[in-house]
Design a protein around this ligand. Structure first.
Ligand code: PXG
Length: 447
């Protein structure tokens, strides 16, 4: 059949063949939302409609805005001069340059950068480095990985195993063995309508002590958390929670991994959330904002101590049996360098920090609208919980996303019945106002 279609004079260009990721395919194909180009804060659709305001920086990634000229030019130049060079046993100069720039942005002794192509790969890379680190230093019994309920760490088997989202786990068999989870840090009862880090909840870090008592530290390799849980609805860490987690990890020789795939590159007003919270993890997973979404790239920043632990044995032997064909791809490195230049030259992280109070204030104007159960803000991110329609979890927010796109020319993200906004860091104060006015109308429309 496939052969016949290929041989046919004309292959139909319809919507059937593309199986969309994390999308209800039938609904989409009945009424597609097609984007054909983008610039700065806006998308443009296939029809004659006007610009659509990007309320979400793509999928939390276009932090410098869309199609920025210096990034586009850097990618074009690199495509002409070096399409590809092997990632194993060979390298190209821009990979070293980007790694140095990232090491300079990262806190403490996080100076060693391993490249991959997505957040999911970054997470699996970080977990594998943690396991291998203990192995090479002679503590191979440390194999257990600890994640957190409501955590999102991508869709690889490592990531869904340490992740805490039931729909990302339940279809996929037995997952990784030897994983446990900390409780989520969110409590509506104690935290509703908080701007920034809630006061309640630091004690939940002590649950790690309980897991250490249960499993023994000698079996635990690493703990992985998002400093701010993004995908499950913007859950900022309680005040003091992350330092406590760090202290408990130190006490028991457990590595601390921050998944900064969303929080990295200015979302919380700093290069990394680690800086905002004054906590230096052992490994940072990053992706998304490193290229402002323009070319897929991810990676892990490891401490000097971890890197140096691997640098032993005969010098012709590979120290870490891990890597991807497209690790440090030339186009991604070019995009990354141009993106970091933009962040620096336009002071976009500081801009996000300066806009945070205005953004939080505008978000809180939604309080009191029909079905709004909670609003959480941190940096340039907000989660807005809506009450579910009876017997139809997720339907109200789905309708809100549809209406926002079609009636208000605004792109929003949804998770269950939570709306999430996380605009590019170039957003203006006027656009922040516009965004929340549009969301207010949408929330009323789906009441
Ligand atoms: N870790 C975190 C913290 C993430 O948020 C990943 C890993 C995986 O990245 P990749 O590049 O493999 O997708 C993510 C991705 C949403 C949304 O709507 C969030 C993500 C991706 C798509 C949508 O919140 N996060």
């Amino acid at each position: 059949m496939a052969q016949m279609r290929v041989a046919a004079a004309s292959v139909p260009n319809d919507l059937e063949s593309f199986w969309l990721p994390f999308t209800p395919n039938r609904g989409f194909k009945r009424a597609p939302r097609l984007i054909v180009r983008a610039k700065d804060m806006h998308y443009y659709t296939a029809g004659s409609g006007g610009p659509v305001l990007d309320g979400t920086a793509g999928l939390w990634c276009t932090n410098a805005g869309h199609n920025r000229d210096p990034i586009v030019a850097a990618i074009a130049r690199r495509a002409e001069e070096l399409d590809y060079s092997p990632a194993f046993q060979f390298a190209h100069p821009a990979a070293f340059e980007l790694a140095s720039r990232l090491a300079a942005l990262a806190p403490g002794d996080l100076n060693r950068v391993f490249f991959c192509n997505s957040g999911s790969e970054a997470v699996d890379t970080a977990l594998k480095i943690a396991l291998a680190y203990h192995y090479v230093r002679g503590e191979g019994t440390r194999t257990r990985l600890i994640g957190r309920e409501r955590g999102y760490h991508g869709v690889g088997f490592g990531g869904i195993s340490v992740g805490g989202i039931v729909n990302n786990r339940k279809f996929f068999g037995s997952l990784l063995a030897g994983v446990d989870h900390l409780p989520a840090t969110y409590s509506r009862e104690h935290q509703a309508f908080t701007k920034g880090e809630p006061e309640w909840g630091a004690h939940l870090a002590d649950e790690l002590e309980r897991l250490v008592t249960l499993h023994d530290a000698s079996s635990i390799a690493a703990v992985i958390v998002e400093p701010m849980a993004g995908s499950t609805g913007v859950l900022p860490p309680p005040q003091g929670y992350l330092p406590r987690l760090r202290a408990i990890c130190d006490q028991h020789g457990i590595l601390l991994i921050f998944d900064e795939v969303i929080t990295g590159f200015g979302r919380l007003g700093y290069a990394f959330a680690a800086e905002r919270y004054g906590v230096v993890p052992d490994l940072i997973a990053f992706a998304k904002g490193v290229t402002s979404g323009a070319v897929p790239m991810g990676g892990v920043i490891a401490s000097d101590r971890i890197y140096e632990t691997f640098m032993r044995g005969p010098e012709h032997i590979i120290e870490l049996f891990h890597g991807y064909t497209y690790s440090a791809h030339p186009l991604a490195c070019a995009a990354g360098l141009a993106t970091l230049d933009l962040y620096r030259d336009e002071k976009l992280f500081a801009r996000a920090k300066a806009l945070e109070p205005r953004f939080a204030e505008a978000a809180m104007t939604l309080k009191g609208l029909p079905n709004v159960l909670d609003i959480r803000t941190v940096g340039l991110a907000v989660g807005i919980d809506l009450a579910s329609r009876a017997g139809a979890f997720g339907l109200r927010a789905y309708e809100a996303m549809e209406r926002a796109f079609r009636d208000e020319a605004l792109m929003i993200r949804i998770a269950g019945d939570t709306i999430a906004l996380s605009p590019p860091l170039i957003v203006s104060e006027a656009q922040i106002g516009e965004m929340f006015e549009k969301v207010a109308r949408v929330i009323k429309a789906v009441a």
